[in-house]
Each structure stands twice: as C-alpha cells, then as structure tokens.
Design a protein around this ligand. Structure first.
Ligand SMILES: Cc1cc2nc3c(=O)[nH]c(=O)nc-3n(C[C@H](O)[C@H](O)[C@H](O)COP(=O)(O)O)c2cc1C
Length: 339
C-alpha cells in the first residue's frame, strides 16, 4: 500500500510531501520528476505565476544512487512566488474561503486560500513521477487528453489556443472534461468484496479530491443511463476496464469534469467581512483554464492509487520481486482465459 501526505501553502516558503510504501529498487531520475512537474506547470491556459515558478525540488530521503531504498521518500519544492502573509477580508466566491473562515474561526480569508490553492498539486505530480515509473516498469501506460474545453468537443491544439486567448481577452475562464486511459494493467486490482476496496470508488475519491473537479465517470459513465441493456452487454466501452470494482485487463478509461476557474482579474462580486458591504474579489494571477493542468495532475493522482492497488495485490519489497510476480500472474490469467 502507498500512503502520502502533502504540506505547504501557495505562497509559503516551500511545499513538502512524503510518499511511503514504495519498494526498493525503483529507478527514478531527477529528469522523471522534472518532466512530470513541467507537464503540470506548462499546461495550456495557465497564469503568469507559472512562468515564475520553476518547481525546482529536493529529494530528501528514500533514494540511493538513483533508486528507491524502500524508506519514505520526502520531497521539498520551494515556492518561487513565496511572499509575506497578506491578510484579506473579502472571500472569493467559488472557493474554500468563506466556508473555511467559518469553520476555522478566521476573519482572514488568506489563511484558508493559501492552503486551499491547487499549488499543492505540484507535490502530487512529483510523487506521481514515482507511481508512473512503478506502473511503467510493470507494463502499464498512461495517457490523458482534454475531450471538451468549454463547449468545444475534442479541441485541437490550435482550437484550444484560440478559445483560451478569446476567454483571456474577455476576462473569462473555461472549464472542460478530460479523459485518462491506462492500458496494460493486470486484471484483479481492487476488489468486489467491500465498498472501500472497489477500485472505481478509490479512483473517484482520488480524482474528486483534486481542486475544481466536479464530475467523475468510468467507462460509459453517465451516458450509459440511456443505453439498452442488450446493447451495453456487448460493448466493451461500458466497463472502461473495471468490472465489480476490479481491473478486468482491458484499458482503464476515466473521465473528469472540471468547473471553470472561479477567480478572474476583473473581479467577482463578494462582500467585506469587516462590515458586510459589497466588495469585489480580484485575482490577478488566475489561470484562464486549469483543465489541461488538472488532466496531468489527475494522471498522477490516479497513478498513485493504481500503484497502491498493484502493491496490495502483488506485495514484495523489491521491484524485481514485484515484476516477477506480475509476470507470473499475467501468464496465469492468460492461461485461465485462453488468451
Ligand atoms: C492545477 C489547477 C490549477 C488551478 N488554478 C486556479 C486559478 O488559477 N484560479 C482559481 O480561481 N482557481 C484555480 N483552480 C481551481 C480552484 O483551485 C478550485 O476551483 C477551488 O479550489 C474551489 O473548487 P472546489 O470547490 O472544487 O474545491 C485550479 C485547480 C487546479 C487543479
């Protein structure tokens, strides 16, 4: 089983995370971390802040000569945009600000928004680099694509650029839908025996835990409600790689809907908590869309959950042990199904 924790605020000195449960002997290079962090940071639609952030990192523990030792991996990611605390009494609508202020008893929205910010997803991407390596080593492959940007289905890179530029010029923001596919997963990850062991539920929790994600579906998803059972029974797209809470050996297909970024430069009507008077909540560093970046983060969050399920199924303290067990399992399932 993999466990992880993240810590740090959006403009604090550093983000920090700890990933525990990796086997020994997983080769992960600084280039692997750099690549995954860059995919998230440089995704289309992001704000000027991302040009400032370098996402440099320091792996503090759990690695020796380019491979994991089995000990917890601790990673530090300094914030290039670190700055002194700046209190704010105007909560941003559509964000954690107001419920967080009420819950924790603060009159200062910054104390909530600093942690509620999606900046911490840089940690998910850094740890995701380890999970992706583990899955790749055992024969799985991940990909993600944006299947809807605002109202446009399957936007080409040029269409996306144009939509984002137009929204930016209008002072607006865009939501969308992205799809993750993971091929080559062994059958039998997850379980049917209890709700919290069903892999679809676990992946749903991981992906709905990403800021701004409002919908999650596997395989045929919401569309299936209008299909006839006789048709659905014959179509492999229905299961999306999961049956009864377990991988079935087919491609795993997950989709997430993301709301449009709520913060805009022009400002959103809100109120000042000091006197209850109307006030504008302004955000000078908002992404025009976070759908492309969230798709990358979702790959990493899903990879962490799938790597955890794989380690539960196959156990093992070293990568060699795990790879051998996966190989034997694949042979056995192939024999069982005659494929
Ligand atoms: C990678 C990423 C980047 C985001 N960037 C912004 C942003 O620049 N401005 C903003 O207002 N919201 C941004 N969001 C979305 C907010 O974090 C999210 O809308 C907010 O946390 C409230 O959403 P919730 O109710 O789903 O938690 C981003 C989300 C992600 C995953």
């Amino acid at each position: 089983m993999l466990r992880y924790l993240t810590a740090g605020e959006s403009h604090g000195e550093s983000l920090a995370c700890v990933l525990e449960g990796l086997p020994a002997g997983l080769a992960v290079s600084p280039a692997d971390l750099r690549r995954e962090l860059a995919r998230r940071r440089a995704a289309p639609g992001r704000s000027a802040r991302q040009r400032k952030e370098k996402d440099s990192f320091k792996v503090l523990s759990g690695m020796h000569r380019g491979a994991t030792t089995g000990a917890p991996v601790a990673i530090l990611i300094p914030n290039a945009a670190a700055k002194a605390h700046s209190p704010c009494s105007v909560p941003r609508p559509g964000h954690a600000d107001l419920p967080g202020m009420l819950k924790y008893g603060f009159a200062d929205a910054a104390l909530i928004r600093e942690r509620a910010s999606a900046r911490h997803t840089a940690c998910v991407s850094a740890m995701g680099a380890f999970a992706l390596r583990l899955l790749t080593e055992t024969g799985a492959r991940f990909s993600s694509r944006v299947v809807r940007l605002s109202m446009t289905e399957n936007p080409s890179p040029e269409e996306a650029r144009e939509l984002i530029a137009r929204a930016a010029a209008d002072g607006d923001t865009l939501g969308g839908v992205f799809e993750l596919t993971c091929s080559g997963l062994p059958a039998g990850l997850g379980s049917h025996v209890h709700h919290d062991r069903r892999l679809g539920a676990r992946l749903g929790a991981a992906l709905l835990g990403i800021n701004g994600i409002k919908g999650f579906e596997t395989g045929g998803g919401f569309d299936l409600s209008s299909w006839k059972g006789t048709l659905a029974a014959r179509d492999r797209r229905v299961s999306g790689g999961l049956d009864g809470g377990m991988t079935n050996g087919g491609d795993l297909v997950l989709r997430c809907a993301m709301k449009p970024v709520p913060g805009t430069e022009a400002g959103v009507p809100s109120f000042d908590c000091r006197d209850g008077r109307p006030a504008l909540s302004r955000s000078s560093t908002s992404d025009v869309t976070a759908v492309y970046a969230a798709a990358v983060v979702a790959e990493h969050a899903a990879a962490l959950e799938l790597a955890s399920a794989l380690l539960e199924k196959f156990g093992g303290d070293t990568m060699d042990e795990i790879k051998e067990r996966v190989r034997v399992w694949r042979k056995k399932t192939a024999e069982l199904t005659g494929r």
